[in-house]
Design a protein around this ligand. Structure first.
Ligand code: 9MR
Length: 376
């Protein structure tokens, strides 16, 4: 009778899950991310305001698991200086204090980006676009205020984010249009003046693409030759199952960037969901498509076949990262767990994605055992 009941329960669960693997993994993992990679590179995560300010469970989890932290949003320009000269340090201060209490390395993200910059930054007093000198002055002020506040406490900064187009040419952002192509040289010089000890990085997505890789190499070399220090290049690594198709391209970029300084994997995630337009994969946040059931197929769990692809992709990526640990100083996931990942809301909001190695209940996924064993 008991056996019959158990069998009925099993059949029912299989039927209910529709052949899907539940995301409620029962990992018996005792090793943490930070202990697994302690001899290889820093292993980090990005935290949201809610997680760092109020969510005690997540704070404890992050302190236990990770050796590096990035603020997902709370150090962007619009968060720190929404109005000219009016700074809001609340969340950033808390994040730095939390990191210090637990001996976690912090990376400031990000000083200059074409997104999340308040409109006043690009406006002159007369309502016209800001002049080159006004904008450079504002950039200097912002960088000095932000880096200055955390001097000696935040050891590394994403100074410029996403300055390149997919073909490796320079993005014609407001920074580019109003200052000119040398805006990057100034940004890195200001950052270096503000804290000569800080490590300064250029950070972008889709840097595995050969054209974009070449663009980044040229860009960084030009800045370095102009006398401004760039200590490393961050590959954001917003990937998907089967994206990129050819992982040797990632490896080629790691090797090319290793010639110029440190290599960092700064925003790692692997979406399992279908991507509507192959051409637009990456992380362009201006993309916003309509939600459809067809594009949100795994609300109740990931089918075995896709779970296998996801696991294989992550294992292959970590093999590459470990093979190049002499060049890679940090690998950071973009988010703590699947529930809170930005991938649930990009390129359309309201999907259920599973892009991280930590599930919705903050349990490490079973594939972490394989990944950790690669580091032994
Ligand atoms: O994950 C971040 C999301 O919560 C924000 O809404 C968005 C806009 O600020 O930025 C996301 O993080 C981006 C990062 O700062 C830069 N690279 C791409 C990331 C994903 O869009």
């Amino acid at each position: 009778m008991r056996i019959q009941l158990a069998t009925t329960k099993l059949v029912l669960s299989v039927l209910l899950l529709g052949g899907c693997a539940a995301y409620d993994n029962q990992s018996t993992q005792n090793t943490t991310f930070k202990s697994a990679f302690a001899d290889d590179f820093l292993i980090g995560t990005a935290v949201s305001e809610r997680q760092v300010m109020t969510n005690e469970k997540t704070r404890a989890f992050v302190a236990e698991q990770f050796s590096a932290l990035t603020a997902e949003n709370s150090m962007k320009w619009e968060s720190l200086q929404p109005q000219e000269g009016e700074f809001n340090w609340r969340v950033a201060d808390e994040l730095v204090a939390f990191s210090e209490a637990h001996g976690i390395h912090v990376t400031g993200h990000t000083l200059l980006w074409h997104q999340q910059v308040p409109e006043w930054v690009f406006e002159g007093a007369d309502g016209e676009p800001a002049s080159r000198s006004l904008l450079l002055n504002r950039l200097r002020q912002h960088i000095h205020s932000v880096i200055g506040r955390y001097k000696g406490r935040i050891p590394s900064w994403d100074v410029v984010n996403e300055a390149l187009n997919e073909d490796g040419s320079m993005r014609e952002s407001q920074w580019y249009k109003l200052i000119g192509p040398d805006y990057l040289v100034h940004a890195f010089k200001f950052a270096h003046e503000a804290d000569p000890e800080a490590k300064l990085y250029y950070n972008d997505y889709n840097l595995f693409k050969p054209e974009k890789r070449n663009g980044a190499v040229k860009l960084v070399r030009d800045i370095q030759q102009a006398g401004a220090p760039v200590h490393g290049i961050g590959l954001q690594a917003h990937y998907g199952v089967g994206y990129p198709e050819d992982l040797t391209q990632i490896e080629d970029s790691i090797i090319a960037f290793g010639e110029l300084g440190e290599v960092l994997i700064t925003e790692l995630d692997v979406s399992v969901l279908p991507f509507p337009d192959e051409e637009q994969q990456g992380a362009d946040i201006s993309l916003n498509m309509a939600l459809s059931d067809q594009l949100n197929p795994y609300v109740d769990g990931v089918p075995e076949q896709d779970l296998k692809k996801f696991n294989d992709h992550y294992v292959s990526l970590f093999k590459i990262f470990l093979d190049h640990k002499d060049k890679i100083s940090r690998v950071t996931f973009w988010g703590v767990d699947d529930a809170q990942s930005w991938r649930n809301n990009w390129p359309m909001s309201g999907r259920t994605d599973y892009p991280l190695l930590v599930d919705r209940k903050q349990v490490l996924k079973p594939v972490t055992e394989t990944i950790f064993s690669l580091a032994q």
